[in-house]
Write a protein that binds this ligand. Structure first.
Ligand code: ZN
Length: 87
């Protein structure tokens, strides 16, 4: 029995999309920092992983254009890219 956070796949999608236009480091480490920061500032959306794949597709469409997600992702890009690779 386990659950998945469907917000994660939505944020990954938005992060890739917003990073395409951003002039900053796009290595795996920075993207990981951005992903964690954005997800920490958003309300998670957990579903039973048994139904996870179906739900994540529905929810991805539903949340794709949510302004809160873009704001959180844009903020995470800004913060991480202003001091990349810090420990
Ligand atoms: Zn980097």
């Amino acid at each position: 029995m386990s659950v998945v956070n469907v917000m994660e796949s939505v944020v990954i999608e938005r992060l890739d999309s917003l990073l395409a236009d951003a002039d900053c480091c796009k290595c795996e480490r920075c993207k990981g920092d951005m992903l964690a920061m954005a997800l920490n500032s958003l309300k998670p959306k957990y579903v039973n992983s048994h139904k996870g794949e179906l739900f994540s597709r529905i929810d991805a469409t539903k949340y794709q254009n949510t302004i809160d997600i873009d704001v959180a992702v844009a903020k995470a890009i800004e913060v991480v890219s202003s001091s990349p690779h810090r420990d």
